[in-house]
Design a protein around this ligand. Structure first.
Ligand SMILES: Cc1ncc(C[n+]2csc(CCOP(=O)(O)OP(=O)(O)O)c2C)c(N)n1
Ligand SMILES: [Mg+2]
Length: 329
């Protein structure tokens, strides 16, 4: 049972809250299923789960509008689901099948959807940061009012290319929101062992980029901050930094010895800070939903996730000739 949390009064409707609950739970159930399929040997290669961080992407998607773009790291399944990509296509890509978003040739870290303005899925730490600024450059050039959410981790925030990007994004007033998902660890390295100052959101100061820290275990706080960042970008004021403090419950990837933190630390976060439990409690307290309704939602979500796993298992492996397609040369 989650400990009671307090939340300041909000003006979101019961229906909106229910939607956030649904979207976060969808990511969690999808990731649990992906973990199971990995354990069964149906998913090969790397697989980085997003469990614990769901409120980050769901809160920010709530602040986005049609046509806005997003780009992220290898921990990308949640971002894809939250922007409306099809769970079947994502799960089939995880299992390396023809029905996957990259026809089974990309896997967990390499999926894209032009339709949903999702630009990956990038395995090289921080490589997506200049790409995000490039996407925003295109939007500025076209003067179309769109913004780009560029997600990266606390570890990635120590990469040099982040600061080259900050400089150019600020110089050209690009409509890009740099979202630092600070889950407190970069693989097995705790933030305090790797990072000279605890407040990563201040790292834009030298470039004149405003930033703020956000409680990433509170979907409404994330949405509020996202709206401020979006408004700033859409007014033509240039980039904005959101350091969203979050936590991953599972290992860095599926192969993680987990020796760098205690079980108690993880357990405490799950019990006291879980973002899904938090919204669940708000829904019940506000009488927006009953226990039975929430149970039924979970059942619907599990059915969609199970169907995606069936689709992924039944989809054929890519044909051998596919080896010679989609090659950039
Ligand atoms: C340039 C580069 N260096 C090292 C790695 C190996 N690596 C993969 S993930 C990772 C840690 C990144 O941590 P963080 O940015 O905090 O993201 P998180 O995994 O916590 O989401 C490292 C060092 C890599 N993929 N690319
Ligand atoms: Mg991290």
């Amino acid at each position: 049972m989650a400990a009671k949390r307090t939340t300041k009064k909000t003006n979101v409707s019961g229906d909106e809250l229910k939607q956030y609950y649904y979207d976060m739970l969808m990511i969690r159930r999808f990731e649990e299923k992906a973990g199971q399929l990995y354990g069964m040997g149906l998913i090969g290669g790397f697989c980085h789960l997003y469990i614990g961080q769901e409120a980050v992407v769901v809160g920010l998607e709530a602040a986005a509008e049609e046509g806005d773009k997003r780009v992220t790291s290898y921990r990308d399944h949640g971002h894809m689901l939250a922007c409306g990509m099809d769970p079947n296509g994502v799960m089939a890509e995880l299992t390396g099948r023809e029905g996957g978003y990259s026809k089974g040739k990309g896997g967990s870290m390499h999926m894209f959807s032009k339709e949903k303005h999702f630009y990956g899925g990038h395995g090289i730490v921080a490589a997506q940061v200049p790409i995000g600024a490039g996407l925003a450059f295109a939007d500025k050039y076209k003067d179309n009012g769109r913004v780009t959410f560029t997600y990266f981790g606390d570890g990635a925030a120590n990469q040099g290319q982040v600061y080259e990007t900050f400089n150019m994004a600020a110089l050209w007033d690009l409509p890009v929101i740099f979202v630092i998902e600070n889950n407190q660890y970069a693989m097995g390295t705790a933030q305090k062992r790797s990072t000279s100052t605890p407040d990563i959101y201040t790292r834009g100061t030298a470039f004149g980029i405003p930033g703020e820290a956000v409680d990433g275990m509170d979907v409404l706080a994330v949405k509020d901050a996202g709206e401020r960042a979006v408004a700033h970008c859409r007014k033509g004021k240039g980039p904005y930094i959101l350091e969203v403090k979050t936590y991953r419950y599972r290992g860095h990837s599926m192969s993680d010895p987990a020796k760098y933190r205690t079980r108690e630390e993880v357990q405490k976060m799950r019990e006291e800070r879980d973002a899904i439990d938090h919204v669940r409690q708000m829904l019940l307290d506000g009488k927006h939903a009953s226990e039975d309704e929430l149970k039924a939602l979970d059942k619907d979500i599990k059915a969609i996730v199970n169907a995606s796993a069936d689709f992924a298992k039944e989809s054929p492996l890519p044909a051998v000739e596919e080896l010679w397609t989609d090659i950039y040369a």
